[in-house]
Design a protein around this ligand. Structure first.
Ligand code: XIL
Length: 372
């Protein structure tokens, strides 16, 4: 059949606008992270509610194209999933499970026991028995509901201080120092088909790493299952602690468990504390000096960030036998938590995709590590 030239033009115009509509769907020839690293480790991202519900047009195509693992950025945290004693809110968490099944992705659930984002009703609980009851009920109810539906749980998040001692959280205060072993014991019972992990920031640093190793050994010695450890990986692009990271991969792998990078982002903005913490309750006031790149990321910084990401992924590839997953904390720069923390309303550029959901220089430098 002969197609008249004008019809032809119409078809081209139509298909172009279809591509534009999905933003990232135009990137059909963009390499895929999950494909490129498929024999090395899972590639994950953290999703917010909009993205889980496929209401963020920029991520609808991009996420399934690039990632094979997803972590809920907030919706499985205690404050959201159990807002009251007898009040559980599983709506968006369930949607995430369905979303992941549809796209053949693993769900890395986050997190059962954490001192932050606790529901108001238990934050100031005085009675140790009440805390114990909450602890048992929360872990058992939530972990059993998702057993066989999520791949893993961060059972305990951020239980350590920088010197490797236990953080003085409500759980330590009211339940004593065995609470972490107990959390894993309860999770193991409630979720026998789910991998169980310990997750924290700065555990690549020697003192905190030693604390994490002691903690993991204690869980193992109690005969309780722990399958892996997550190093969060909230670093700054120009101070990534490469040596400590390598030492940590070796030390954690020697415990016979999976090693993961679970919340990776390389921020580019000045940090009031020198980038040495990811404690979410630490916030500060901003000024123009603290927010230097409101219009665009300078090429020199983009190049340095790309190099830092490449160095990291080269290291990850060297230890691909020990590393089971690398998850980015967010999909694209515009939705990163680092635009709001530790100072509100800044313009940060920590991820591999820009505000238009297009791959950045850092994306291509990561892909290239596989070609070298
Ligand atoms: C952050 C989320 O990204 C934000 O949306 C939320 O306001 C605060 O928490 N370490 C963790 C994550 O384990 O759960 C935190 O996520 C970032 C630091």
């Amino acid at each position: 059949m002969l197609i008249k030239p004008r019809t032809h033009i119409l078809i081209i115009a139509l298909s172009c606008s279809l591509f534009d509509a999905g933003k990232s769907s135009a990137q059909t020839n963009t390499p895929s992270l999950k494909e490129v690293f498929k024999n090395d480790f899972l590639i994950g991202t953290a999703l917010n509610t909009q993205q889980i519900e496929e209401k963020d047009s920029g991520t609808v195509v991009l996420v399934p194209q690039q990632f094979n693992a997803v972590t809920p950025e907030n919706v499985m945290k205690a404050a959201i999933i159990q807002p009251g004693w007898n009040d559980f809110n599983f709506k968006v968490a369930d949607e995430l499970v369905d979303y992941a099944a549809k796209h053949n992705m693993k769900v890395n659930a986050h997190t059962l026991i954490w001192h932050s984002q606790l529901p108001p009703f238990m934050r100031h609980m005085q009675n140790a028995d009440s805390v114990k009851e909450y602890f048992q009920k929360h872990i058992t109810t939530v972990a059993s509901r998702y057993d066989g539906k999520v791949y893993s749980w961060d059972v305990v998040n951020e239980a350590l201080n920088e010197d490797g001692t236990l953080r003085n959280s409500i759980f330590l205060q009211k339940l004593g120092e065995d609470y972490i072993v107990e959390a894993f014991r309860l999770a193991q019972k409630a979720a026998p088909h789910t991998k169980l992990y310990y997750n924290d920031y700065n555990i690549e640093q020697p003192a905190k790493r030693a604390g994490a190793i002691a903690l993991i050994k204690k869980i193992q010695a109690a005969g309780v299952r722990i399958d892996g450890v997550g190093i969060q990986g909230h670093w700054k692009y120009n101070t990534v602690p490469m040596h400590d990271i390598e030492e940590s991969i070796k030390a954690f792998a020697a415990l016979g468990i999976e090693v993961m990078f679970t919340e990776l982002d390389l921020g580019v903005l000045p940090n009031p504390w020198d980038g040495k913490t990811a404690e979410v309750s630490n916030t500060a006031e901003g000024n123009d000096k603290m927010n230097p790149y409101t219009k665009a990321l300078p090429d020199s910084v983009a190049a340095a960030q790309a190099k830092a990401y490449a160095d990291l992924f080269s290291l990850f590839l060297k230890y691909n036998q020990s590393i089971s997953r690398v998850t980015f904390w967010g999909v694209a720069d515009g939705v990163s938590w680092l635009n709001g923390w530790p100072i509100r309303g800044r313009t940060n550029y920590p991820l591999l995709f820009n505000r238009q959901y297009k791959p950045k220089t850092a994306f291509y430098s990561v892909i290239k590590t596989k070609e070298n």
